[in-house]
Design a protein around this ligand. Structure first.
Ligand SMILES: Cc1cc2nc3c(=O)[nH]c(=O)nc-3n(C[C@H](O)[C@H](O)[C@H](O)COP(=O)(O)OP(=O)(O)OC[C@H]3O[C@@H](n4cnc5c(N)ncnc54)[C@H](O)[C@@H]3O)c2cc1C
Length: 300
């Protein structure tokens, strides 16, 4: 059978794309190996009607909703190759099955690379987070840290200062804040600590102290840390698309990539704020775009 669309990735972007395709009576397969970047956290915030939901529960509800649409099927498989042959895409999964689809939606998200600081993984997603819009409210008014060893330190600290008046930036041994920026931060009561971090100290992921290589430590109850973002899946070898400066897949406002018939949505575009609701909205847009393209092909 030739599918109308193969959606790769079953996070909010891919799930919403599959929902809109199913409702449009498009034969769709959603491939997902269920390794989203927010696995580390137990609560997601900022999605109206779903504020505070467990991310896996959000996926469960989405799958339940998809089960009402007979044209949508989910395969819990990782896709490892996609090739374009004439006008059709051949989608190959890790278990060796090959599916043919007229259109592809990439909704594969990205993975985060945490800074190389001992025990950072134990705290990430519990009391250290990446995005103040996601978790700032829960950490409000506490003694917080911004841990960042690059130019993002200044910007992130300015943002986080909206949630607390007790903020210290930890640059982990780097000098990344200019004298002018330091003056500005100090004038707002934000301190800077440039010592090399040895480790994080606390119980069950809840931060209590940041320990430095010189043996001293500072009391902090949580904070925000910058991470590197890399594509969770790369089909660059078999599909042509351009990556933006941050490593995200370039699309136009209709989620179309450079390759005709390939669309991208959600975090995989690494093109702005990374949020569940934005990913879901882009998934909706990608599905409408696919539907529009298939409709045009039918009449032309
Ligand atoms: C600690 C943390 C806390 C966060 N908190 C919030 C919050 O409170 N509110 C909020 O709005 N956002 C939050 N986010 C951001 C949010 O998780 C992302 O913006 C959102 O998950 C992006 O959705 P997505 O569908 O694009 O990608 P993802 O949710 O990452 O889903 C991508 C899916 O594609 C699958 N996949 C990848 N490659 C393949 C392949 N080759 N084959 C098959 N499947 C594949 C992955 O396994 C994954 O299931 C948080 C992120 C982190 C890290």
């Amino acid at each position: 059978m030739i599918l109308d669309c193969a959606v790769i990735g079953g996070g909010p972007a891919g799930l919403n794309a599959a929902l809109v395709l199913g409702r449009s009576r498009r034969k769709t397969i959603l491939f997902d190996d269920n390794k989203p970047r927010n696995t580390v956290t137990s609560e997601s915030h900022g999605f109206i009607t779903r504020d505070g939901i467990n991310p896996q529960e959000l996926k469960r509800i989405a799958q339940e909703e998809l089960s009402s649409y007979p044209d949508v099927r989910t395969e819990k498989q990782r896709v490892h190759r996609i090739n374009k042959e004439n006008r059709l895409f051949k989608v190959e999964t890790e278990n060796g099955k090959v599916y043919s689809a007229k259109k592809i939606i990439l909704a594969t998200g990205f993975q985060e690379v945490l800074p190389d600081i001992p025990l950072v993984k134990d705290f990430y997603g519990k009391s250290l987070f990446n995005c103040p819009f996601c978790d700032g409210w829960e950490l409000r008014d506490r003694p917080l840290a911004v841990v960042a060893d690059d130019h993002k330190a200044f910007h992130l600290a300015k943002l986080v200062s909206n949630w607390t008046n007790d903020l210290i930036i930890f640059t982990n041994g780097k000098e990344v804040i200019s004298p002018e920026e330091q003056e500005l931060l100090k004038s707002k009561g934000i301190c800077i600590n440039e010592k090399k971090i040895a480790t994080f100290i606390g119980e069950e992921g809840m931060l209590e102290r940041i320990q430095f290589e010189d043996g001293t430590s500072v009391f902090r109850e949580g904070g925000f840390i910058t991470t590197e973002w890399i594509q969770a899946a790369s089909f660059k070898s078999s599909l042509e698309y351009t990556l933006n400066e941050q490593g995200g897949i370039e699309t136009d406002s209709w989620q179309r990539t450079e390759t005709e018939g390939v669309f991208a949505c959600g975090d995989t575009r690494i093109a702005g704020p990374s949020q569940l609701i934005i990913a879901a909205a882009e998934g909706c847009m990608a599905a409408m775009s696919v539907n529009g393209a298939l409709t045009e092909e039918k009449f032309n």
